[in-house]
Structures are given as C-alpha cells and as structure tokens.
Ligand binder design. Structure first.
Ligand SMILES: C[S@@+](CC[C@H](N)C(=O)[O-])C[C@H]1O[C@@H](n2cnc3c(N)ncnc32)[C@H](O)[C@@H]1O
Length: 365
C-alpha cells in the first residue's frame, strides 16, 4: 500500500479510505499474506484519481468507474473528452480576459452601450463550447414558434446560437454575436451575420418575420433589441421569460428551494408587459414538456437528478451567472434531498404532470 501510495502521489490514508468505501480494494495477496494491489487495481486507482482531479465527487467517481459496460479504453476516451472540454473553456475565458485587459489598456475606448451589447456575446464566447451537449430543438416548442411565424417566407433569427428552432422550409438569415456559437452552427445551416440585436445591420422591413429564442435576457438592452426586430420585420416572435409576478422564483422548485440567486440574475430584466408593449405583442404561455429535448434551465423539472450532472449545468448560462459558490450549494442541497427522499416528498405531485407552466412566454405581434 505504501509503495502504491508513493507511486500514485496520494497518502496511505487516502488509499485506506478508498478501500473502506469499496472504491479501490487491493485484491491480491503477497507471500506473507499482506494484501496488495493487482495490476487491475492499480488501473482502477488511476481512473479514480483522474476523475477526482477533474473535480468529480467520490460518489460520482464510484458510479463512473463502477459501470461494467465501460472498459479502460472507454474511460480514457471519456477522460480525454472531459479534459479537452475544460481546456477549451479555460482558453475561451483567457481570450475574454485578454480582450478586457486590452480594452482597459486602451483606456476603455468602448462606450458603455457597446460594453452592454457585448456582455451576452462574451458570456457565450466563454461558455458556448458546452452548449450542444444538451441544447437542441424541442419539437413541441418548435411547433409553437413555427406556427406563430404564420406564412412568413423570410425569417431573421436573432441570437441564433447554433441554429435550434430555425425552420427549414423558409428562407432564414441568422444573427449571432458570439464567435464560439457561430463556429458550432452545423454545415448547411442558414447564413449567419456577426451582429447584436440592439443594432441590426438590415433595412426597415427587410424580413417577413424576426424570431428570437431564449436570448433576450442576454441582451445589454432588451427593449432596444426588441424594437430593432420590429423595425426590420413585419412580424416578431420571441420566446422569453415572465418575471411580472413578484413571487415568480417560487414557480419552479429549483429556484424556490435551491437557487434563489437566480432572481438576482434577472433583477434588471424588463417586465413581460413592458416587452410586449414595446413591440405591440400578445403573450402566450409555453408549457415545458416533462421530457423537453432542449436542455434549457427549466427542462428537467420532472427529472431532478439531471441537475446534478455537470454537462447539463454547463449548457445553462444561469449556473455561470450565479457563480460557483451558489452552484455548489444548490447542487449539494439537491443531492442531499434526492438521497433522503425530501425532494420527492415536496414535489411528488409532479410525477403525474406531462407539461407545466414555468414562466416561458411566446411574444407574438
Ligand atoms: C441561450 S442561447 C440561445 C441560442 C438559440 N436561440 C437557441 O434557442 O438555442 C443565447 C444566445 O444569445 C446570444 N446573444 C447574447 N447577447 C446577444 C445580443 N446582444 N444580441 C443577439 N444575440 C445575443 C448568445 O451569444 C447566445 O448564442
């Protein structure tokens, strides 16, 4: 045990602990009947330590290495993908910090309006690499958006991201300010212009319709952006979020019981009524299906364990915006309540529902 601890760069105490909890058990015997690590035990230890260094908790590591369907090569592939993903995220953050340092060195030549306009794009330059793991078109939400587009032949998709919800039977032009998001648009997707909602590079009335999905809350000036959509298109269709009821954070158990900080993130967001008025739209509720295919923040209301998964959270900007401390606390609290049965006690009624209104609204002019 001492030799293995030395080679692996961990303490003997750690190895004892892994043995006690059954994570890595020395299964061989020496001549003197001491327990010893076989080659397979050492391989398992190496996997455990690699997952630990990537920040996984002991329980998650036990699940990862305990899966009999996953062999050593598959573990190495998975570890490699995780390390590459982290490296990409770190690279994007370094680029964002460099950008900010350069701007500051130049004496902040960008105006406050420009800074606000770029905030959302810079956030997605930092976190967008993790987007496509779980974010894709949900067919029921898509139906609602596409029927709201009516008979529009030409459609502008603003804050288009990787292209979810872009109709394939109409002429679409996309607008997306984040280079990281633009780079992930699939081959054959609609042409994409690098611009922000607040200042669209198109003539008045250039499109039959303009759409914006899950993006308005990232804009530096949401009302100015919505007016721009109205300027360039005859019809506007926007999927956004209703914060008009003072008690809105209690609508969803995740914000109510684990992540109250979400309310702070949307503190300066305009009211739904204000947004509707700015473009002369009506608001329709869009219930979230229990098996929503698009991994948006509310998607897993009936599948709570999904929020314990790092890739699921990384594809939702909320977790980055509340910061690592709030995230850690929320995840720990949820995990404890799922284990103890407290979550099921409080939210048992959800199991019978197939879709719920969690505040998503379609604004349609
Ligand atoms: C949650 S993603 C939604 C992407 C896509 N509409 C979808 O439904 O998958 C939000 C997108 O808004 C973009 N965004 C941020 N600020 C923006 C702005 N000022 N104007 C237009 N888009 C913006 C981000 O870069 C990001 O791609």
């Amino acid at each position: 045990m001492g030799r293995v601890a030395e080679l692996a760069g961990v303490s003997v105490r750690t190895l004892h602990h892994y043995d006690e909890i059954g994570l890595v058990r020395p299964s061989a015997r020496t001549g003197g009947r001491y327990r010893a690590y076989s080659a397979a035990d050492v391989e398992r230890l190496r996997e455990v330590l690699a997952y630990r260094r990537l920040g996984f908790g002991l329980r998650e590591v036990a699940e990862l290495v305990g899966d009999p369907a996953v062999d050593a090569v598959a573990h190495l592939r998975r570890l490699r993908a995780l390390v590459v993903e982290r490296r990409e995220r770190a690279d994007a953050m370094v680029a964002a910090i460099d950008w900010e340092l350069a701007a500051r060195a130049k004496g902040l030549t960008v105006t406050p309006e420009e800074q606000l306009g770029m905030l959302g794009a810079r956030l997605y330059d930092a976190i967008g690499g993790a987007y496509t793991a779980t974010r894709r078109t949900d067919p029921r939400i898509a139906d609602r958006i596409w029927s709201a587009l009516g008979n529009a032949r030409t459609v502008l998709n603003v804050g288009a991201g990787t292209g979810s919800y872009e109709p394939t039977d109409r002429v679409v032009v996309a607008v997306e300010p984040s280079a990281v998001m633009r780079a992930q648009r699939p081959a054959g997707a609609a042409p994409c212009v690098a611009a922000a909602a607040e200042s669209l590079p198109f003539e008045d009335g250039a499109f039959d319709a303009a759409m914006a999905v899950s993006t308005v809350h990232h804009w530096g000036d949401p009302l100015a952006g919505l007016r721009e959509l109205r300027r360039v298109a005859r019809r506007v269709v926007v999927l956004t979020f209703d914060t008009d009821e003072p008690d809105w954070p209690s609508r969803f158990w995740l914000t109510r019981d684990y992540l109250p900080e979400f309310a702070g993130v949307l503190a300066g967001f305009p009211s739904l009524a204000g947004m509707a008025e700015a473009i002369g739209a009506r608001a329709e509720p869009v219930p979230v299906p229990w098996d929503c295919a698009d991994g948006l923040f509310e998607a897993y209301w009936r599948r709570p364990a999904a929020y314990l998964e790092e890739p699921v959270r990384r594809a939702m900007s909320v977790w980055t915006r509340v910061g690592p401390e709030a995230e850690r606390r929320a995840v720990q609290g949820l995990r404890a309540d799922l284990d103890s049965g407290r979550w099921a006690e409080r939210n048992g009624g959800l199991a019978e529902l197939t879709a719920v209104d969690l505040g998503l609204r379609l604004l349609v002019t």
